[in-house]
Design a protein around this ligand. Structure first.
Ligand code: COA
Length: 215
């Protein structure tokens, strides 16, 4: 048997599972399972749910895993744990997602339905693009970056590691010699229209996007 794991049986994991299932449908020896550290049920949406240890101990011929956890920091820790255990990562790409010309993509990608990476973008490790998001030409996406649904990332935008871009955010295009920059660990709120660089670690909201200041 070839065992394929979706790490995380919460909302996003349950959305990723059907994509993986379709992807490996031509492999008669494939079995797709959820891997979760707090197994809530033995079966989730018709798939076995097992602990990480059970996944590693399963007598499968081959095994590979995808990290379907929205939080980039948690994803990085899990990636290190999987690497320590010698696991391979499987990239998950919805059938109707697209990656066009000359866009190198690092390991761990999840491209949900109706997503596009256009041409000459560079994609870091364990990038998630949730439904209806796109990354346009000449963007550079760092490691463990997360796009919620419907993110419009226009050309020449550079997003550093661990940034989170909320639902429906629009990122203004940069220029080849002056890309729009979203700093490491920054959060762009849902619906934000980002017209200026966002410093590392800062949360921005609104149109035009401004730092979210809490009392
Ligand atoms: C920006 C965000 C991270 C802030 O979260 P938070 O720190 O928990 O902030 P709070 O919910 O306490 O809100 C603080 C204030 O900001 C406002 N606010 C929150 N998110 C906002 C947004 N996206 N745009 C405009 N205002 C927003 C709230 O109304 C609140 O205003 P108030 O103090 O006048 O009542 C969050 O609201 C957000 O947009 N997350 C992305 C969600 C998403 O896309 N999920 C996808 C799941 S797949």
């Amino acid at each position: 048997m070839n065992l394929y794991g979706v790490y995380g049986a919460s909302g996003f994991g349950r959305e990723v599972m059907p994509l993986l299932r379709v992807q490996v449908a031509n492999d008669p020896e494939a079995e797709c399972v959820f891997v979760d550290d707090s197994v809530v049920a033995d079966i989730v949406n018709g798939h076995k749910c097992m602990t990480f240890e059970q996944f590693l101990g399963h007598p499968a011929k081959t095994r590979a895993i995808t990290l379907a956890i929205g939080d980039g920091g948690v994803r990085e820790k899990l990636a290190a744990k999987c690497e320590m255990a010698g696991l391979d990562f499987i990239a998950v790409r919805a059938k109707n997602s697209m990656a066009l010309d000359e866009s190198p993509i690092a390991e761990g990608l999840i491209l949900c339905g109706f997503t596009t990476i256009t041409s000459n973008a560079t994609i870091g490790r364990h990038f998630h693009a949730n439904i209806y998001s796109y990354v346009a030409h000449d963007c550079v996406i760092g490691d463990f970056v997360t796009f919620a649904p419907g993110v419009m990332c226009n050309g020449n935008v550079h997003i550093e590691e661990h940034a989170y871009i909320g639902t429906g955010a629009v990122l203004r295009q940069g220029k080849p010699d002056k890309p729009l920059k979203i700093g490491a660990g920054a959060i762009v709120g849902m619906g934000a229209v980002v017209t200026r660089d966002v410093p590392p670690g800062v949360t921005v909201v609104g149109n035009p996007a401004k730092p979210l200041i809490k009392d």
